[in-house]
Design a protein around this ligand. Structure first.
Ligand code: PHE
Length: 339
C-alpha cells in the first residue's frame, strides 16, 4: 500500500487541467466515491491495527495533497476567467485618430497665405447684407438681373435685406470706412438662388481681393494674378485675360490658367481648350470709388474675385461640387494629409 501511496503522490503532483470542468473531473477521479484516493481508504479499513496508525497519517497527507492540488487548479482557472474581463495591459496602444481640415478651409488658407505674402490683409464682412453694399454701391443699375429674386435670396423687401451674392460687398464696407492705400483679401460664404447640380450650388465660397492706391494700373493687376496662379498651381502655369463685364469694374476681364491637368495640351477638364477659367477681375469703376467717398481722380485700383470651390476642384481634381457639402467622411478623409 505504501508503494501505491507513493505512486499516487507523484501522479497528483503532476496533475493539470485546462478548464474548470477538467478540474472537477479530476476531483471525481481521485476524491469521488469511487476515486483513487477514496478506494485506498476502503482498503485501509481492512488493515490490522498497528499498520493503520502508521499508514493513516500518510493516507491523510495524500488526501490533503489531492484536495489542495485540485482546489488550486480550480482556483487558478477561475482567475484566468476573471482576467478576461480586465484590460489587457500587454496589448499595443490604440493609435489616435486626428481630425482634418475641410478641403474648402485648406484651399482658402492657401489662397489667403499667397496674398498675405505680398501684403494683402484679411478682412471679413456680414453674410446678411443690404441692397446698397451688394448692388447699388457697386454700380448695379436698378433693373440689373442679379437683383432678381431668381438670383438673390431676399430676407426682407423694401428696404432690401438679403444674403450676399458675392464678397464684393466687403470692398464697399472697407472703402466706406478707410481711405487708400487699401490692400485687402476678403474670404467668405456667398449665396445664390441656383439649382444644385454637380457644377453649381446655392451656397459657395469666394475670395475677393482689392488694391486701391495712387497710380495702380492694369499691369499691376496682371502681375499680381500671375504671381498667384504660379504659387497656387505651379511655376509652369500661364495665365490669359479675356475681356468681360462686371458693373463694378472697368475694364473687366476673366482670367484663365493653362489647364493644370494636361498642361495646356487639351483634356476633358479644359474641354480640349487648354485653358480653365478661375476668376473675374478688373479696374475698380470710378463710380464705385465715388459711392464710397474715395476721390477717383486721385486714386485707382483693381479688384478680383474667385470661387474657392472652383480652385479646390481644379487643384484636387474633384468631380462634383456637392461633395464639399455632403460631409461624407470617405471624401473628407482624403484631405487628412494636407494642412
Ligand atoms: N464679384 C464677382 C462675382 O461674384 C467677381 C469679381 C470680383 C469680378 C471682383 C471682378 C472684380 O462673380
Amino acid at each position: 500500500m505504501t508503494e501505491r501511496i507513493q505512486e499516487l503522490i507523484a501522479e497528483i503532483e503532476a496533475l493539470h487541467a485546462e478548464s474548470a470542468e477538467q478540474a472537477e473531473q479530476l476531483r471525481i477521479a481521485y476524491l469521488g466515491k469511487k476515486g483513487k484516493v477514496t478506494i485506498l481508504f476502503d482498503d485501509f479499513r481492512l488493515l490490522p491495527g498497528e499498520q493503520k496508525r502508521e499508514l493513516g497519517q500518510i493516507l491523510n497527507k495524500l488526501k490533503n495533497l489531492a484536495t489542495e492540488k485540485i482546489a488550486g487548479l480550480k482556483n487558478s482557472l477561475s482567475q484566468v476567467a476573471d482576467n478576461s474581463d480586465k484590460p489587457d495591459l500587454t496589448l499595443p496602444g490604440e493609435s489616435m485618430r486626428l481630425g482634418s481640415r475641410h478641403p474648402i478651409s485648406i484651399t482658402r488658407n492657401e489662397i489667403v497665405a499667397i496674398f498675405n505674402r505680398i501684403g494683402f490683409v484679411v478682412t471679413e464682412g456680414p453674410e446678411i447684407e443690404d441692397d446698397w453694399h451688394v448692388f447699388s454701391a457697386l454700380n448695379f443699375p436698378p433693373e440689373h438681373p442679379a437683383r432678381d429674386m431668381q438670383d438673390t435670396f431676399f430676407i426682407e423687401k423694401s428696404p432690401d435685406i438679403l444674403l450676399r451674392t458675392h464678397t464684393s460687398s466687403v470692398q464697399v464696407r472697407v472703402m466706406e470706412k478707410q481711405q487708400p492705400p487699401i490692400r485687402i483679401i476678403m474670404p467668405g460664404r456667398v449665396f445664390r438662388n441656383e439649382a444644385i447640380s454637380a457644377r453649381a450650388h446655392c451656397i459657395f465660397h469666394q475670395v475677393e481681393g482689392l488694391y486701391i492706391a495712387e497710380n495702380v494700373s492694369f499691369a499691376d493687376l496682371k502681375q499680381t494674378l500671375l504671381f498667384f496662379a504660379k504659387e497656387m498651381f505651379g511655376e509652369e502655369t500661364r495665365i490669359r485675360l479675356r475681356p468681360s463685364f462686371f458693373p463694378f469694374t472697368e475694364p473687366s476681364a476673366e482670367m484663365d490658367i493653362s489647364c493644370n491637368l494636361c498642361g495646356g495640351k487639351g483634356c476633358n477638364m479644359c474641354k480640349y481648350s487648354g485653358w480653365v477659367e478661375i476668376m473675374g477681375c478688373g479696374m475698380v469703376d470710378p463710380n464705385v470709388l465715388e459711392s464710397c467717398n474715395i476721390d477717383s481722380k486721385k486714386y485707382s485700383g483693381y479688384a478680383f474675385g474667385m470661387g474657392i470651390e472652383r480652385i479646390a476642384i481644379l487643384k484636387h481634381k474633384i468631380k462634383d461640387i456637392r461633395l464639399f457639402f455632403d460631409n461624407d467622411i470617405r471624401f473628407l478623409k482624403q484631405f487628412e494629409a494636407v494642412l
